[in-house]
Design a protein around this ligand. Structure first.
Ligand SMILES: [Zn+2]
Length: 365
């Protein structure tokens, strides 16, 4: 089982005291990140490397966590004779670093610079095309060897990244309860229940967290998006997979205009689409009230409720159909729903995520 990283260092300025833990894993680290992040993190990492006499080199994963980037990073590993990979940044940077380490059979350290995903924790990497279209995911042989969660570093990230992280993390409940809610396996039951706890923590604390970055609630919410979301993935494993919310995300990445929305923003919108499908096809009344509750929550914290909110107001019918067809491909996680979904039904759900709400308010008027 791949439940958790071997070691987690967490706290205010935890990176400063990580020299020994890093040096235990290797002497010639290759630091993998985006160009901008590598610049931001350099003043944090340089003193650590000096302190432990590590010979470090760095490389970018640009243009994406893609097969091309991974091929050139494997060359960089060879050239530097790296014996350790350190990933710094958001989900894609960390996914690249983890997969690179997996391919080269090296240990890996993850240093998230935002609360946008649980990629620092999980034993899974998503691979995209150079243009950012989702291709496939790769289960890894283990969770990272060391995760360094430094609140000071996370605090420097734009607020929007944590909002996206809240969207990605809250999806765990809506997806796990559908894919695994009836499981009788002890660890899967535990994972689904943790997902419910995670949802409740986020519903209760997100607004206060976003109002005071660095404060008590903010830390709790960062722990929820980066750590607890990872625990659930670890406990649930392959039995507790993503469903329609992530399938909708995957479909959207194949639309060219989509690329300024973050992973968690698309997933958050995908939850509403999933609930809408449950409502339209299954007549599920619980899905109706869950969607109303989420629409209110999204309003409070600024998660996208519609295609327009995602910046896709001018999407063509052909593009919408393309995204829906990708999401409904054989083998897509959307088919973990307890009923079949056709692209036409998915398209109808995608354009009506805020529908009921509008109708209810117009009735009230
Ligand atoms: Zn996700």
């Amino acid at each position: 089982m791949l439940v958790a990283p071997t070691q987690v260092l967490r706290g205010e300025n935890s990176l400063q005291s990580a020299a020994e833990a890093i040096a235990r894993l290797g002497k010639r680290p290759l630091v993998v990140g985006g160009n901008q992040t590598l610049g931001i993190v350099k003043p944090y990492l340089q003193p650590l490397f000096k302190q432990s006499k590590l010979n470090a080199s760095q490389a970018t994963y640009s243009p994406d966590c893609s097969e091309t980037s991974l091929a050139s990073l494997r060359e960089a590993v060879k050239e530097h004779q790296a014996d350790l990979i350190i990933g710094v940044g958001g989900g894609k940077a960390l996914d690249t670093a983890k997969l690179l380490a997996h391919q080269c059979q090296l240990p890996v350290v993850t240093i998230p610079t935002s609360g946008a995903t649980c990629a620092a924790w999980s034993a899974l990497s998503n691979v995209y095309s150079n243009e950012g279209a989702f291709q496939y995911d790769v289960p890894l042989s283990r969770c990272p060897d060391l995760l360094i969660l430094d609140y000071e570093l996370i605090k420097t990230a734009p607020q929007r990244t944590l909002v996206a992280g809240i969207g990605d993390a809250i999806a765990k409940w809506y997806e796990a309860s559908v894919s695994s809610g009836t499981s009788t396996a002890t660890l899967t039951i535990a994972a689904v229940q943790q997902a419910r706890v995670l949802r409740d923590v986020l519903l209760q604390k997100s607004s206060a967290a976003l109002e005071s970055p660095g404060g008590e609630e903010w830390r709790e919410v960062v722990d929820a998006t980066v750590l607890l979301a990872g625990v659930i993935g670890g406990l649930g494993g392959a039995n507790c997979r993503t469903v329609a919310a992530h399938a909708v995300h995957n479909g959207l990445t194949h639309i060219r205009a989509d690329h300024h929305a973050l992973h968690g923003e698309k997933v958050a919108y995908g939850i509403l689409v999933q609930l809408r499908l449950e409502e339209m096809i299954q007549g599920n009344q619980l899905a109706v009230s869950a969607r109303q509750q989420l629409l209110k929550f999204y309003n409070e914290i600024g998660l996208p409720k519609t295609l327009e909110d995602l910046g896709l107001k001018n999407i063509t019918l052909a593009e919408l159909r393309h995204a829906a067809e990708i999401a409904c491909r054989p083998g897509s996680d959307i088919h973990r729903l307890p009923f079949p979904v056709l692209p036409e039904q998915l398209m109808a759900a995608m354009v009506s995520t805020a529908y009921e709400c509008a109708e209810v308010s117009s009735l009230r008027v």
